[in-house]
Design a protein around this ligand. Structure first.
Ligand SMILES: [Zn+2]
Length: 253
């Protein structure tokens, strides 16, 4: 499979070739360089602008004044919980808008849990079972997202491919993203290692009837409630420890 570089990396590389202070035009002038990596992308300008915004959120660049940017000396990305809903412009269905927005956020902010790579690349849309892949160690991740909190049961994807992946011990790691559309923000994210997702967590659903567009297709639900012990938190709201809060409260005279 062809290895792809993420937009964020491409734009960051383009920035590194420029003087410390640069303009939007300087970046847009490198369109040909971006087109070499993404020949079919009709939205190169939009992708560049979006990547600049993310690099700003992550502390790599500053917006000096309209259209003028300045590179900072940051090496490590700062994490940004914010969505950019404009990435789903042109999509109509609510579920598609959510999918595109969350996937873009994940691609820009999640990092590999199995190696020290700072970012993950999106897999082609029709890839079975997984959504993201580490460009360095090839670990795969499946995204699950919800507006609000997940209960124990999470809607899975196609049943048979998941069972196939289990047989081959190739179940990707799962990342659960819980967001709040009112504020375009990710509130919680956590991960479960794919090796712990076994057959007894999978609840097959009824195959779609003959009248359905995807007749015969069978989905499944996953009982992730029983895997709580294997769940690692990635994002959680920054509430303070109540003991510290009470301690501070008591110290007020
Ligand atoms: Zn990795």
């Amino acid at each position: 499979m062809q290895r792809v570089t993420t937009w964020k990396t491409l734009v960051r590389e383009a920035i590194e070739r420029l003087p410390r202070t640069f303009t939007l035009r300087d970046i847009l002038n490198q369109r040909d360089y971006f087109a070499k990596h993404y020949p079919n992308n009709r939205f190169i300008d939009a992708k560049i602008r979006q990547s600049l915004q993310i690099l700003r959120d992550q502390g790599f660049i500053r917006f000096a004044k309209p259209g003028v940017y300045e590179r900072t000396s940051a090496e490590q990305p700062a994490f940004s919980p914010f969505f950019d809903p404009s990435v789903a412009d042109g999509f109509v269905s609510r579920s598609q808008i959510a999918r595109v927005t969350v996937e873009t956020w994940a691609e820009q902010n999640l990092y590999c849990l199995n190696c020290d790579a700072d970012e993950l690349g999106a897999l082609p849309p029709n890839t079975q079972v997984a959504d993201l892949e580490c460009l360095r160690c090839q670990s795969r991740y499946q995204l699950k997202s919800k507006n609000g909190r997940f209960g124990d049961i999470v809607v899975g994807a196609a049943y048979e491919p998941l069972m196939e992946a289990m047989k081959k011990r190739e179940v990707p790691d799962y990342v659960l993203v819980e967001y709040d559309t009112r504020f375009s923000i990710v509130v919680f994210a956590s991960a479960i290692p794919g090796r712990h997702i076994a057959e007894d967590c999978v609840i097959p659903r009824k195959a779609l009837g003959a009248a359905a567009r995807r007749a015969g297709w069978r989905g499944c639900n996953l009982n992730l409630g029983r895997l709580k012990a294997y769940r690692v938190s990635i994002v959680e709201p920054a509430g303070r420890n109540p003991l510290d809060v009470r301690g501070d409260w008591k110290r007020i005279d």
